[in-house]
Ligand binder design. Sequence first.
Ligand code: SF4
Ligand code: SF4
Length: 285
Amino acid sequence: MTDLYILYRGPLASCNYDCPYCPFAKRVDPPELLRVDRADLERFAGWVEATADRRLSVLFTPWGEGLTRSWYRDTIVRLSHLPHVARVAIQTNLAARVSFLSTADTRVAALWATYHPGQVTRARFLRRCRELDELDVRYSVGVVGLPAHYDEALALRASLPPSVYLWINAADGHVYTADEEKRWTALDPRFGDSVRPHPSLGLPCHAGETAISVLGDGTVRRCHFIQTPLGNLYDDSWRAALHPRPCTNNLCDCHIGYVHLKPLALRDVYTDGLLERIPAAWPTT
Ligand code: SF4
Ligand code: SF4
């Protein structure tokens, strides 16, 4: 069966946290938008259920925080039990309770968790990680590589079980000196993938062939970073639109994009952990 990787992003843009580096900090969505987000997600879940001719892997990439909303929690549990769904994961700040995952198939459900120093104590974040360990849920943990986060990232790495992969994202607009790059790489051996944007213009990319981005209304694009629609999920026009094609952007600087850039061969590095960002060879020792 052909694989299809899906990044889903509905209109939800609210978040309970107040990160200084984020435009969605403490944003509140009006009730009507939340109703639309919920209905869109339910429609998408129905499509996933019905689309059994592909091996589907889904990553929810909300603008804000999704796990504080029951419909994201319920959808992750629901999709995790489908035989043609290989992975269902979400990017989360891990503020919400994770006990809902006790009813999910933990061979399929996974989390991409980000620790935001200043928004939550390390102890509290680590308690959530321990809950995930007890539930046997796959997850990665990451930190934005701002200089002010370094000590916290170091302490987090020291406290996490070695089996948990800690990733570091290069901070937007920050140019890393060789020394800085070296010390962040000591924490995340794959920091080199993130530290500089990847030139991508004209290079072959899986996005638009075996990976797509889906918006709440069903608009299908090849990735979150190229706005041109390929079709819609709900009229089946996406099927004819999928084929090999080169990237039309100069640079690709986000992990959820460049993991699909063919010359980087990162699908070979992450294999089954591609969407939740866990390298296949982790732990390395
Ligand atoms: S937790 Fe994520 S979405 Fe929320 S404010 Fe921080 S960076 Fe933004
Ligand atoms: S390289 Fe990045 S921007 Fe270009 S098509 Fe692939 S995911 Fe999209």
